[in-house]
Unconditional design. Structure first.
Length: 128
């Protein structure tokens, strides 16, 4: 449990709760804008669907390690996930999301893994 320390009008606990809800809202907004289900994101992060649901509802907060994974998967910065305004997608990600949306979840997972492999390949060859 967090200690209650008042800074102005709100306690640290209140600020934490607000931040946790913003984070959950922004994770859900980004996931939905990509056309992904909670199940799909959970599978990609290797967590259960209920974990994603609890994060998105602001019931629980991901660990820093999980937050980094989430931001990487959703192609968004952690600071944008914590921002009050709903995140927007770069145009190339919007196009990709639209192309993936009608596909079966298994096919989307395959394509994402393929893109991840290609990205790793190009990143490693560029550095040599």
């Amino acid at each position: 449990m967090l200690a209650v320390v008042n800074y102005g009008q709100r306690s640290v606990e209140d600020k934490y709760s607000i931040l946790q809800k913003k984070l959950g809202f922004n994770i859900a907004a980004r996931r939905k804008s990509l056309g992904w289900t909670q199940e799909f994101l959970a599978h990609q992060l290797q967590v259960d669907t209920e974990t994603i649901s609890r994060m998105e509802r602001g019931v629980t907060c991901p660990s820093l390690k999980t937050l980094v994974k989430i931001s990487t998967m959703l192609a968004i910065t952690i600071s944008d996930l914590l921002d009050e305004t709903p995140p927007t997608l770069p145009s190339h990600i919007e196009v990709t999301a639209r192309l993936l949306e009608p596909l079966h979840e298994r096919d989307r997972a395959f394509i994402i893994e393929w893109l991840r492999s290609l990205s790793h390949y190009f990143t490693s060859t560029r550095n040599n």
